[in-house]
Design a protein around this ligand. Structure first.
Ligand SMILES: *Cc1c(COP(=O)(O)O)cnc(C)c1O
Length: 452
């Protein structure tokens, strides 16, 4: 039998933490395996820290979301938001499930093409599209979402030399009752900018106006805002029909649905209070069906959902480096995962589970990363059981944005593995090495040698 661990006795001030409406819920259970693969084995084989993605969770979450919309509205298409997680191994799961691609830069656009997605299934968003980008997008028959008038005029110019009619939509920003309003992208609905842009597109006769787009925010907790957005875009679509006798093909409501994470400062856990995909689907489909589109000719509803589809499928596994007491006696635990890898720890209270059995005693703990930086805090105040040096743990719901917004700072970025539906483990991104970086650098001749 394994020898029992000694835990130092401790006198602890009672912290009157607020119970939530379900009582005091213990935050932690051991998380010893992911999709049938032992956490300890993963770390032993692939190192620590280690990002892990679950193919089953990705597919199940996607199918659930698609069903939530399809049950309520007949014509739905998802387009995977590349910036949320653009690992090829991840994107291809979405494409295999039938998802188109949504990109916000030429880098992402090229990545999508290399992943084998037909140009006509790419939605090109963002304010920074060069003439060359637009030319390529036009030649590939991609869906170009125009952000500003300069882009619109560039496209008009390009049509002189290209014999293709660009397929375009405009991005619309609007008041949906959420403040601050995201009004830096696209054309405003309320002040008439959107109509001005639409009139210019229609008057030019050079482009095919195929859709209307908005993306009203991210981690939106209001379902009503989406109902308002759907209503306003429908209003524009019906206005175009009336004025120009032209029918747009789709309404694209962007992304922005929340995952089940808990925002910092939230009183209740995210999984209990964040609206789920059915709530959003209900609001959006009701608004679209309420609009006066001919029932036999409803616009296609496009969704560019990122975060809500992938967050749950991602984990990061790590190891405890040390435990200390702060000057005031509070327990602090140092782990090998810093904010350079876990960008979202600035926004979320990420759930942390020990990867082995633990005793019932727990204590409020500050969890620090390994960086020599005061801001390297993964959790300010997590109620955690004692984790000893060398113990492993799992941080949950990290699939969105971390693997794209992470930065190479002080430490190198670790491996990423995907566990497939048969519990086989695949490396989908190698760990960075010093070599990767020396490759990109060059030292001027006169600085190459020195004596100390
Ligand atoms: C980032 C982004 C998305 C995805 O947003 P989520 O909040 O991750 O769902 C979709 N569309 C556009 C235009 C975006 O910029």
């Amino acid at each position: 039998m394994e020898q029992q661990r000694y835990e130092r006795p401790l006198i602890k001030r009672v912290e009157n933490d607020m119970p939530n409406k379900f009582g005091m819920k213990p935050e932690n259970f051991p998380k010893t395996s992911i999709d049938g693969v032992k956490v300890h084995d993963l770390i032993e084989k692939y190192g620590s820290p280690l990002f892990v993605l679950s193919e089953s969770t990705i597919r199940n979450t996607y199918r659930r979301a698609l069903k939530a919309f399809k049950n309520r509205y007949p014509r739905v298409q998802f387009a995977w938001s590349y910036k949320t997680n653009y690992l090829n191994g991840v994107c291809k799961i979405y494409h295999k499930e039938g998802s188109w691609a949504e990109v916000a830069s030429r880098f992402e656009y090229e990545k999508v093409l290399r992943n084998g997605v037909p140009g006509s299934r790419i939605i090109f968003n963002g304010p920074d599209k060069t003439e060359a980008d637009l030319k390529k997008a036009i030649q590939n028959e991609s869906l170009i979402h125009i952000d500003h008038l300069d882009e619109l005029y560039t496209i008009v110019n390009l049509t002189e030399e290209l014999d293709k009619k660009p397929r375009v939509a405009i991005r619309v920003n609007m008041d949906t009752g959420i403040y601050p309003m995201w009004d830096r992208f696209g054309f405003n609905y309320e002040n008439g900018q959107a109509w001005d842009a639409l009139n210019k597109i229609m008057a030019s006769g050079k482009m095919e106006l195929v859709g209307l787009h908005c993306h009203i925010g991210t981690f939106m907790l209001s379902t009503k805002a989406y109902g308002i957005a759907a209503t306003k875009l429908s209003d524009l679509a019906l206005g175009i029909q009336k004025k120009y006798n032209h029918q747009i093909k789709y309404i694209d409501l962007g992304g922005g649905f929340p995952s089940r994470n808990t925002l910092k400062g939230s009183y209740l856990p995210g999984q209990d209070i964040n609206p789920n995909i059915d709530d959003f689907a209900e609001e959006i489909s009701s608004a679209l069906l309420r609009a006066n589109f001919p029932p036999d000719n409803l616009p296609l509803l496009i969704l560019e959902t990122g975060r809500a589809l992938i967050d749950e499928a991602g984990y990061i596994l790590g190891t405890v480096i040390s435990n200390k007491r702060s000057a005031t006696g509070k327990r602090t635990t140092i782990i090998d995962i810093g904010v350079n890898l876990l960008f979202t720890s600035y926004w979320y209270d990420h759930k942390i589970s020990p990867a082995q059995e633990f005793t019932h005693f727990s204590e409020y703990t500050t969890v620090y990363g390994p960086l020599c930086m005061n801001i390297d805090v993964i959790r300010d105040n997590a109620l955690l059981p004692l984790l000893n040096k060398g113990d492993h743990f799992v941080i949950h719901q990290v699939g969105a944005y971390n693997m794209t917004q992470w930065m190479q700072f002080i430490t190198l970025r670790p491996r990423i593995v995907l566990i497939d539906q048969e519990s086989n483990v695949h490396i989908i991104r190698q760990a960075e090495t010093l070599e990767n970086f020396s490759h990109m650098e060059d030292t001027p001749e006169h600085l190459k040698t020195f004596e100390l």
